[in-house]
Design a protein around this ligand. Structure first.
Ligand code: NAI
Ligand code: MG
Length: 494
């Protein structure tokens, strides 16, 4: 694979009713490679009219798809997984060019997990079932799991192909039809998925992919009366707005929102293990992950020893050309995101936090891109840099006293998506894991997500659980069927 960063701009159309088409307005927008600042793709811009076209085609396809045998839905999803696997390098390269993330991550994490996600939901399509409930003899009561209908899915720019898989897998497995709106910054790989679904034999209209801006395309989808459910991943502020708008048509809503995950190192932890895990926690994907371990709490008895090891290791992390297999930290996904993260360096300094590492833009060959060197601040628990979602390669380190202090600080946050702790003590591990209010708790590991395991948030991190068989609950309506096998009572004495 060539590591040449520049490339000739591509042109990409909207995917509606099984075909690649131009936008109604004829407008397009530039998608930028954040490692170079150059145009990667010129993409047709979906707006209200295109969303309406996409929703109409999804609605028209619903009866066919919802009545397609589970085995056929399963086979199509499995075929998509195979096709994506056969084009893994091509998709991984595009993902890296579009997001700035290291190619090693695109290949082995994003693509690896996305392929497996389609495989998991291929199997899950055949596992959907209701139950029979023996209420009384003479009564037959059972439940059906109906698909919800037309589902609008709005995804962010940090994991474009993976978020597409997380959203499409369970929705299509359960027999829904979908209008997927990728983030305006990163629609490249999501749009290409349309090719794979066509080749796999998905009927036209079952999946529509319509990139555009949040305030136009996104809002049109959330407002559309024929959309039955919105599944959203992104900023907490946007999630609130979506929930408010969706209330007017009483759409079902599931939200996977922001985070500020606490990562707690206890004095009895294997320190080298905890150092590696803590760096992986915060610098994976340049820290642009909702689960990013951006609040590091270190017990005061080991603080100096641990911090020395952490800083030595952090300095060795290779920031570089994202297409180079040895790069570990690439570019932030957009200029906007770079500016936001960089502004927190000034905020941290102004509130009296001590800058221990980084805080500066990478220079040399990387100076045209949006690269920030891995940054570490020694901070206080109450500071903005500890409380707010920075979403970058930016770590706040805070001391704590004991188990109770750790639990208190970990839970003192508006978010509750993920948390981790490092300890060899089984009592500490289980006690703390139970007490922390977050959807995923890692012990002596970080960032490991499995397609079998439910994922989602407490508090302002949202609600609903993606992944696992549990995700199917978000894409089905339960229907109870009650049959009287005997004589109906003559209640009115007629
Ligand atoms: P965002 O939440 O605005 O964007 C995510 C998706 O929502 C995009 O597809 C966007 O087009 C769409 N969207 C935006 N406004 C919308 C609206 N009014 N109606 C319908 N859809 C809408 O996030 P943004 O602005 O890109 O990033 C801002 C901050 O949010 C980041 O700096 C980060 O802190 C956080 N964020 C968190 C993510 C997570 O996974 N927890 C993912 C992305 C961003
Ligand atoms: Mg926004």
């Amino acid at each position: 694979m060539t590591t040449e960063l520049s490339s000739k701009p591509m042109e990409q159309d909207l995917f509606i009713n099984g075909e690649y088409v131009k936008s109604a307005s004829g407008k397009s927008f530039d998608v930028i490679n954040p490692a170079t600042g150059e145009v990667l793709s010129k993409v047709q811009e979906a707006d209200k009219e295109d969303i309406d076209r996409a929703v109409k085609s999804a609605k028209a396809a619903f009866d066919t798809w919802s009545e397609t045998p589970a085995s056929t839905r399963s086979a199509i999803l499995n075929k998509v997984a195979d096709l994506l696997e056969s084009r893994k390098e091509e998709f991984a390269k595009l993902e890296t060019q579009n997001t700035g993330k290291p190619i090693v991550e695109s290949m082995f994490l994003d693509l690896g997990l996305a392929i497996d996600c389609f495989r998991f939901y291929s199997a899950a399509a055949r596992m959907i079932r209701g139950e029979t409930i023996p209420v009384a003899s003479g009564q037959l009561v059972y439940t059906l799991k109906d698909p919800v209908g037309v589902v609008g899915q709005i995804i962010p720019w940090n994991f474009p192909i993976l978020m597409s898989a997380w959203k499409l897998g369970p929705a299509l497995a359960a027999g829904n039809t979908v209008v997927l709106k990728p983030a305006e910054q990163t629609p490249v790989t999501a749009l290409k998925l349309g090719e794979l679904f066509n080749e796999a034999g998905l009927p036209p209209g079952v999946l529509n992919i319509v990139p555009g801006f949040g305030e136009t395309a996104g809002a049109a989808l959330v407002n559309h009366p024929d959309v039955d459910k919105i599944a959203f991943t992104g900023e907490t502020k946007t999630g609130r707005l979506i929930m408010e708008t969706a209330s007017k048509t009483l759409k079902r809503v599931s939200l996977e929102l922001g985070g500020k995950a606490p990562n707690i190192v206890f004095e009895d932890a294997d320190l080298d293990n905890a150092v590696h895990g803590s760096l992986f926690a915060v610098y994976l994907n340049q820290g642009q992950a909702c689960v990013s371990g951006s609040r590091l709490y270190v017990q005061e008895s080991i603080y100096d020893k641990f911090m020395e090891k952490l800083l030595v290791a952090a300095q060795k992390i290779k920031v570089g050309n994202p297409l180079d297999m040895t790069t570990k930290v690439g570019a932030l996904a957009s200029k906007e995101q770079f500016d936001k993260v960089y502004s927190y360096v000034a905020i941290g300094k102004a509130e009296g936090a001590k800058l221990l590492l980084g805080g500066d833009k990478a220079g040399g060959d990387l100076s045209n891109g949006f690269f920030l060197n891995p940054t570490i601040f020694e901070a206080e628990h109450t500071m903005r840099i500890t409380q707010e979602e920075v979403f970058g390669p930016f770590l706040s380190v805070i001391k704590f006293k004991d188990v109770n202090d750790a639990i208190l600080k970990a839970n003192d946050s508006q978010y509750g998506l993920a948390a981790a702790l490092w300890t060899k003590n089984v009592n500490t591990a289980h006690t703390v894991a139970r007490k922390i209010k977050a959807g995923t708790i890692w012990v002596n590991t970080y960032n490991f997500l499995f397609n079998e395991v439910p994922f989602g948030g407490f508090k302002n991190s949202g609600f609903g659980r993606e992944l696992g068989l549990q995700a199917l609950d978000m894409y089905t309506e339960s229907k109870s069927i009650c049959i009287d096998l005997g004589q109906h009572p003559n209640w009115f004495g007629l």
